[in-house]
Each structure stands twice: as structure tokens, then as C-alpha cells.
Design a protein around this ligand. Structure first.
Ligand SMILES: [Fe+2]
Length: 197
């Protein structure tokens, strides 16, 4: 087994990501590069044992934190398990993810309105794909960070890097058919935990 792959750590990944972030605006090419780094980290089979167990998140049924930045709004890496479709949600930040175990359907929307009408959102579906183990996908920064995950297998684990640890403060749920949005129902203990998923 390639020792370098086994030893690749969340800290090394973040160091590389910070270089990418500082080199200019995040475009598809840079998101793909970050996705390839996540894919490299996902080649480790021991991620659950090196992570800090967090348990249930807003959408996730179980999760581990693999990296939490010293800066409160710095990047965060979470390994999260899903056993049912998530609500259509945002995160208040860009993100990149890599399927770790199991498959899922992944959808992403683009925000078509200005976001200035309370409770309303006009969304256009722009991504509708199946992620197999090792596949990567990314969502851009606000306001186009709206997506949902729908496990195909009984459960699936995914490795998620979020650009900023946004504490759930701006998280919303959406109904594209009705053109509605509303604040996510995030329990207080999760808002203060600095980790979500
Ligand atoms: Fe998400």
C-alpha cells in the first residue's frame, strides 16, 4: 500500500486548500482540485477512527469531525452518515464532498431571485446526479449553495469540506416547487457546537 496515501491527513489537506483559497477566486477548476484532495483523503479506510465523534447533525444521522479550524469561521471537514433524504438546504458557505461509503442521489439548485423577499426563493435545478464511492461534487458559495442528498443504499457516508464553519446561523430549507424558503429548525445545542452537517 502506498504509505504516502495512508498518511495523508486532514491537516495537510487544509494546508493545501488554504493555498488554493489564497490564490484567487474559487472556480470549477479550483473546486475540482480540492475535490481531488478530498478523494485522496477518502482513500484512507480509517477516517472514522481518526475523527472526533460528533454524532447526529442537522441532516446527518451520525458524524465525525476530522478538522476544525482555529478561526471560528475557518474551514471544517466532517465525515457524515445519511440514512434518508435531507431537506433541500443551504450551508451559508461553499463546500466540496466525496462519497466515502455507499451511493447517493445529489441535487443542486441555483438561486434565481435576489433573495430580498422574506420566505420566498426562486430556484433552478442545475445538478441531478448519482454519486458512487469516490465521486466528488461541489457547491459554490452563497447564494448558490443549495442542495440535497438522498441515499440510495441503506446508509451512506460522505466526506464534506465546508469553506467556513457557519454554525448553522444562516441555514434554510427550501421548496422549489412552491418557491418557498424558511429557517432550518436547528436545535440550540447544535448551533453552539460549531459543527453541523
Ligand atoms: Fe449539505
Amino acid at each position: 500500500m502506498d504509505e504516502e496515501l495512508v498518511e495523508y491527513s486532514p491537516q495537510e489537506l487544509i494546508a493545501e486548500v488554504k493555498v488554493i483559497i489564497s490564490s484567487g477566486e474559487l472556480n470549477d477548476e479550483r473546486f475540482k482540485y480540492i475535490g481531488d484532495l478530498l478523494h485522496k483523503l477518502a482513500s484512507r479506510s480509517d477516517l472514522k477512527s481518526i475523527g472526533e465523534h460528533r454524532g447526529k447533525g442537522v441532516n446527518a444521522v451520525d458524524s465525525y469531525v476530522l478538522y476544525r479550524d482555529d478561526e471560528p469561521d475557518g474551514p471544517i471537514i466532517i465525515l457524515a452518515e445519511f440514512d434518508k433524504p435531507t431537506k433541500i438546504h443551504n450551508h451559508g458557505t461553499w463546500g466540496v464532498m466525496c462519497a466515502y461509503e455507499g451511493r447517493e442521489k445529489y441535487k443542486q439548485w441555483k438561486r434565481m431571485d435576489e433573495g430580498d423577499e422574506l420566505g420566498k426563493a426562486t430556484l433552478r435545478l442545475v445538478t441531478d446526479i448519482v454519486l458512487d464511492v469516490g465521486d466528488i461534487v461541489w457547491w459554490p458559495d452563497v447564494p448558490n449553495d443549495i442542495h440535497m442528498q438522498d441515499p440510495i443504499d441503506d446508509s451512506m457516508w460522505q466526506l464534506v469540506l465546508m469553506g467556513r464553519n457557519t454554525l448553522g446561523a444562516d441555514e434554510e430549507h427550501y421548496d422549489p416547487d412552491l418557491g418557498l424558503r424558511w429557517p432550518a429548525d436547528i436545535p440550540p445545542h447544535m448551533r453552539s457546537s460549531k459543527t453541523r452537517g
